[in-house]
Design a protein around this ligand. Sequence first.
Ligand code: Z5A
Length: 208
Amino acid sequence: MPGKIISFEGIEGTGKSTQIQKLKAFLNTKNIDSLTIREPGNTYIGEQIRHLLQHDPNVQNMYTETELLLFEASRAQLVRELILPTIYSNTWVICDRFFDSSTAYQGAARQLPETIIHQLNRFTVGICIPDLTVLLDIDVDIALQRLQERKAQKDRIERESTDFFKCVREKYLQLAKEESRFFTIDATLPLETITEKICTHVQKRFAL
Ligand code: Z5A
């Protein structure tokens, strides 16, 4: 594909959004145009789904199956409406979360069958598999502390238990061991060090 796809994964508060902006600026210095997107969201349909999934106060009892299908629906729209046209116009796409989030959150933490999630992920993304996935790994207590300091109000998923986020983290680490597209970084390092490691890796990986 003409443009590359780079996804960022990790539990909440690992610094994904911060590092994505830094990577975009780095790519810019190499004359590479990039589009940053977040999941769920970015399209009209995706943002409506994001509201339902995270913030709508009228959502009292969302079943785990419903949650999974809403994340996948948002992703299906995003891939077709934005990601595919972008990479075919020779622009890179940097994703703040992608289908590995469903494997970790709905699969490992919510305990939905992995085979179903795998099939749904493949169905929604098609050929859009990331060329690189940056996993920002952090101890759950440190991440939750960062979240505490930053946010007065937690959304529906942020209100889950420490054990829930531990499951998510373990699944990410397992995926990173199994799949060569992953690059894992200790997210407790200073922000600038993390940026440097990511940019050096991207430079080498894509021979920039
Ligand atoms: N979800 C799901 O369940 N299934 C799915 O398929 C998908 C998603 C796609 C989306 O959350 C939620 O949906 C998420 C998973 C679920 N729920 N949870 N939990 P979101 O989009 O609202 O937010 P997020 O993606 O989880 O992350 P975030 O809150 O935006 O955090 P972040 O982007 O990783 O971190 P940040 O905003 O860049 O930094 C956080 C703070 O840490 C900030 O104050 C920084 O200044 C600070 N920071 C950053 N780096 C450092 C370092 N290195 N040292 C110290 N402090 C730092």
